[in-house]
Design a protein around this ligand. Structure first.
Ligand code: 13P
Length: 256
């Protein structure tokens, strides 16, 4: 079943007290969700346990990490493995966010390993892809995103793909206030789904949730989520304000 998802990526924001207050406010205002609708919160690692404790009795709300290491354990100072995250109660992890690609030199090959490590540990992956403005201006975005999917995901079999969510986040729209138009988002999501059809067939492709991320707000979420292939959003800045995040969740619930 293809799920509609709103995921909040807090990035490196909020101390523990602020995170606690934000989650409490989100939960107090959360509309009721059904099985086909998921709300995911991806706080910094330090918040993981607290956020899991706060959300554990709220159906269809789960906690993600913003990354994980590609090895299970060992001498990797400062890192956290997917097996540790699974043990703590984490359900999803982001893999391949453009900020990690840019600031931590994570390339497609490493992201393939991280994806496998997460799935092996029993954590679902929200795989982030998306092009820079240069690539968009050169009209190469379709090939570029297809290559990201191919090099980081296509070692997986069809069964493993059922535990993958894809998040299309054009880099030029992240934190810039410049959103992709609803048509640009839908066009890319349709392209991503067609790439999945070619690799895995209709059933896998139709069951894969594809989220849009990049300056998605309560005011533009309904328009973005109206796209046939847009199954929700991966939200940065607007996930840090309870009313804004709730507005986006309501748009996801109301969408088609
Ligand atoms: P903004 O919503 O702040 O543009 O961030 C999007 C994002 O990077 C979510 O992962």
């Amino acid at each position: 079943m293809r799920k509609k998802i709103v995921a909040g990526n807090w990035k490196m924001n909020l101390n523990l007290g602020e995170g606690y207050t934000l989650v409490a406010e989100i939960l107090s205002k959360l509309p009721s969700l059904s099985e086909s609708q998921q709300v995911i919160i991806a706080p910094p690692f330090l918040h993981t346990q607290q956020t899991i404790t706060q959300t554990q009795y709220t159906p269809f709300v789960s906690v993600a990490s913003q990354t994980c290491h590609h090895e299970t354990s060992g001498a990797f100072t400062g890192e956290i493995s997917a097996t540790m995250l699974k043990d703590a109660g984490v359900r999803y992890t982001l893999v391949g966010h453009s900020e990690r690609r840019a600031f931590n030199s994570e390339d497609n090959a490493l992201l393939a390993k991280k994806t496998s490590a997460a799935l092996d540990a029993g954590i679902d992956v929200i795989f982030c892809c998306g092009e820079s403005l240069d690539i968009r201006d050169a009209e190469q975005q379709n090939d570029y995103v297809a290559q990201q999917l191919k090099e980081s995901l296509f070692h997986l079999d069809a069964k493993a793909m059922s535990n993958i969510v894809i998040a299309y986040e054009p880099i030029w729209a992240i934190g810039t206030g410049r959103t992709a138009s609803a048509q640009q988002a839908q066009d890319m999501h349709q392209h991503i789904r067609s790439v999945l059809v070619a690799q895995y067939g209709q059933e896998v492709a139709q069951n894969t949730s594809i989220l849009y991320g990049g300056s998605c707000k309560a005011s533009n979420a309904a328009e973005l989520f109206a796209g046939e292939d847009v199954d929700g959003g991966l939200i940065g800045g607007a996930a840090l304000v309870a009313d804004d995040f709730i507005g986006i969740i309501k748009a996801m619930i109301a969408a088609k």
